[in-house]
Design a protein. Structure first.
Length: 389
């Protein structure tokens, strides 16, 4: 039975931090890795040529294991999801009359770039809204995404779960439909990978993008991205020297080859070797693999199951299974969101309030007392009997 890891973090004892979908707290070991990295950077003579490559390669290996990618060289180091998605969009062909399928209200890093791409190409941006509210919403929404994909679809770009309320998307079925029509299938997995099992070889996306500072439990301003063979001959956003064949030979850099290194290495950001963030990212990925992503998901499910049922009622038997690490619900008419937020703050309950919706995102450092603190505020506001998902 998975257990809480609260003691491995430095969260204040009176905080009920249920907001990993906003930003992970750093565990003590990730923090220690960062501190050691800063001390190391104070004496740069100790930083060797091979260190420019070995840290990134270690990240590739660990991230590949996390998502079950067969080849670590298909993993690039990126500074943000928007960067990774921009590199993907740049290398995704799109013509006048084609369309790009995205999901309603998905995270802006995965919207702006497709809007621009469609405008430039004269293509249609198809935004798939949930056709219904309430318990059947996930089923209907997934079906609507499948229906929106047709022979003119150039790309389908979406999340694994919806970032605002955790609606699960049946990415295997959607990927298969995209493949059928020859469209690229691009996943922003920032709100999923690290918190729930994900098998790249089953889903077979063409690219998968992940910022580190949420469920990968890493620092801000770094992330990892998988690029499939569709992107093998692409043009990266930056023309880095480290992305070139022979870059390990510093003495010969002045005459460096134009040739890119294989797989996804051309898509690494400039200064990917970041000597502070990479060691922290490695530690974060190692701890996730040790904890076990399936244990994290099972633990979160155990914590939230009852509350989700209390709020949303019985799950739709035809719909995809809800996830345990991220759920959202609307504040009912008659409850003032600002008042609710003030009450949550007063009790040190940290969740995201977005407009009239609340997003709850627990992790392995939470325990039953955190959920109880949230439940108490919702009950005080008269929300437990009446809120609709
Ligand atoms: C689904 C999703 N993708 C990406 C991000 C972060 O994007 P970026 O790394 O471009 O800031 C977030 C942040 O909330 C998110 O929820």
């Amino acid at each position: 039975m998975p257990r809480t890891r609260k003691d491995e973090f430095s969260l204040p004892a009176d905080h009920h931090y249920l907001n990993c979908a906003y930003m992970t707290p750093l565990s003590r070991r990730v923090q220690a890795a960062g501190e050691a990295a800063i001390r190391r950077a104070a004496v740069p003579a100790d930083i060797q040529t091979e260190d420019f490559f070995s840290g990134c390669d270690h990240v590739r290996e660990l991230f590949a294991r996390l998502i079950n990618a067969p080849d670590p060289q298909r993993i690039a180091i990126i500074p943000s999801a928007s960067y990774g998605l921009s590199a993907v969009a740049r290398n995704t062909p799109m013509e006048r009359g084609q369309n790009a399928v995205i999901v309603h209200h998905q995270f802006p890093s995965n919207v702006h770039i497709w809007r621009r791409k469609c405008e430039t190409a004269g293509a249609e941006l198809r935004v798939v809204r949930p056709p219904t509210d309430g318990p059947g919403c996930a089923r209907a929404w997934n079906d609507a995404i499948l229906e929106a994909i047709d022979g003119d679809t150039a790309v389908v770009a979406q999340g694994v779960v919806h970032w605002t309320d955790g609606t699960p998307f049946e990415v295997e079925a959607i990927a298969s439909r995209a493949r059928e029509v020859g469209a690229a299938f691009i996943l922003d997995a920032t709100q999923a990978v690290g918190a729930m099992p994900f098998d790249l070889q089953r889903v077979q996306p063409d690219a998968l993008i992940c910022a580190a500072y949420k469920w990968l439990t890493g620092p801000y301003s770094i992330g990892a991205a998988y690029f499939g063979s569709r992107y093998d001959d692409g043009t990266p956003l930056e023309e880095t020297w480290m992305g070139r064949v022979g870059s390990e030979d510093f003495a010969a850099l002045v005459e460096q080859s134009e040739l890119y290194r294989p797989g996804a290495l051309r898509y690494d950001m400039g200064e990917a070797a970041n000597f502070i963030l990479i060691p922290m990212f490695i530690e974060a990925l190692e701890q996730l693999l040790e904890w076990g992503v399936e244990n994290i998901q099972a633990y979160c499910r155990g914590l939230t199951r009852e509350l989700i049922e209390e709020i949303a009622g019985e799950r739709d038997p035809d719909g995809p299974e809800p996830v345990g690490h991220l759920f959202g619900f609307h504040v009912p008419a008659g409850v003032d969101p600002a008042e609710l937020q003030a009450r949550l703050c007063a009790r040190q309950v940290f969740v995201s309030v977005r407009g009239d919706a609340i997003r709850v995102a627990p992790h392995i450092y939470n325990d039953a007392a955190d959920i109880e603190a949230l439940r108490a505020v919702l009950a005080e506001c008269g929300m437990l009997a009446s809120v609709a998902r």
